[in-house]
Design a protein around this ligand. Structure first.
Ligand SMILES: [Zn+2]
Ligand SMILES: [Zn+2]
Length: 333
């Protein structure tokens, strides 16, 4: 099969991804073999390609927003049938036995392993996954538009939950790209007031189209104190202004897997009155299922830019340089 791999991380301008031929993976007992139709391009893939997040082994196939069709079942697989449409996301497996797994926090499992980091992902014609870690997808959303839901969407939703957003709340989104545009739609579906802090011209227009109540600069105070702030930009310097924008008892959640250093905080100015700063680490399968249900109910609109598998380097370079209006999705056929 055709697959795109990272041999040695390097700046994306030097095209560290390379297309090769790989043997077709074989589904083990409880796994399914999925023919990849589309795979979304996530910022984590860029961090892997450039080495900010070191790949677990050389020659890894990145990609963890996989939409495909079940091609073949492992010997013990019962959950799906050949021909079913499924999604594969970042969380690829957990041990199911540790204290985190047993208390509904499998996203914190120390033995968790990840698609496109520990195991080959979806920048390829086929991928395998444990059937209990695959997702059924909302039928109202087509393959290309479903792909970004599987990481950008689920992580945004996890961040909304970590920030304890309730319907009608006032929420600030810092940075506006692939994940934030999906989170914004969930928040508007819940009648929240949403302020978007974003630099770029195209991002501002896009936020407006999707119903943002105010769009401004991150360093500026928003029009009202925030019950919750969600940081989507991987920029630690946004943490202090986001904390200062919070109302008493407000929560700021950092949605990214990677964040540049946070400048020093002032306890009284930035944290007092029980304002909180929280991280977001992957997601549980329950988060994923809840989000995909809501996405189907809305139904959520996903802005995508269709590209081909052999354009993976270009897609990641465009992501890095903020040239995408929406999420790049690689078509694998
Ligand atoms: Zn565990
Ligand atoms: Zn991702």
């Amino acid at each position: 099969m055709r697959a795109v791999v990272i041999d040695r991380p390097a700046p994306i301008e030097r095209s560290p991804l390379r297309e090769i031929e790989k043997p077709l993976p074989n589904p083990r007992d409880f796994e399914i073999l999925v023919r990849v139709v589309a795979c979304g391009v996530c910022r984590t893939d860029l961090h892997l390609a450039e080495g900010d997040l070191p790949p677990k082994h050389a020659g890894i196939v990145p990609g963890h927003e996989i939409v495909g069709v079940v091609e073949r079942l492992g010997a013990q697989s019962r959950r799906f049938r050949a021909g079913d449409r499924v999604g594969i996301a970042w969380l690829r497996e957990t041990d199911g036995t540790c204290k985190y797994c047993r208390s509904g926090r499998e996203n914190l499992c120390p033995n968790a392993r990840f698609t496109g980091w520990d195991f080959d992902g979806g920048y390829a014609e086929y991928a395998v996954v444990r059937e209990d870690f695959a997702y059924a997808l909302p039928s109202r959303i087509d393959d290309e538009h479903a792909a970004p839901l599987l990481c950008a969407g689920i992580i945004g939703y996890r961040a909304i939950k970590r920030a304890e957003v309730v319907p009608g709340a006032t929420v600030g989104l810092y940075g506006f790209g692939g994940s934030a545009h999906l989170a914004l739609q969930v928040l508007k579906y819940w009648d929240c007031r949403v302020f978007v802090m974003s630099r770029g011209g195209i991002h501002r227009e896009f936020a407006e189209e999707l119903g943002a109540d105010w769009i401004g600069d991150a360093m500026q105070a928003p029009p009202a104190p925030l019950d919750a702030a969600i940081l989507f930009a991987p920029a630690g310097e946004l943490v202090p202004p986001a904390l200062r924008a919070l109302d008493r008892g407000g929560i700021a959640a950092v949605a990214g897997i990677y964040l540049s250093p946070i400048p020093s905080l002032d306890y009284e100015r930035d944290l007092f009155y029980e304002r909180e700063l929280r991280s977001v680490t992957a997601n549980t399968r329950a988060d994923g299922e809840e989000f995909l249900n809501i996405a189907g109910e809305i139904p959520i609109k996903t802005a995508t830019v269709a590209m081909r598998l052999d354009e993976a380097n270009r897609a990641l370079a465009m992501l890095k340089h903020d040239e995408l209006r929406g999420a790049a999705v690689l078509h694998v056929e």
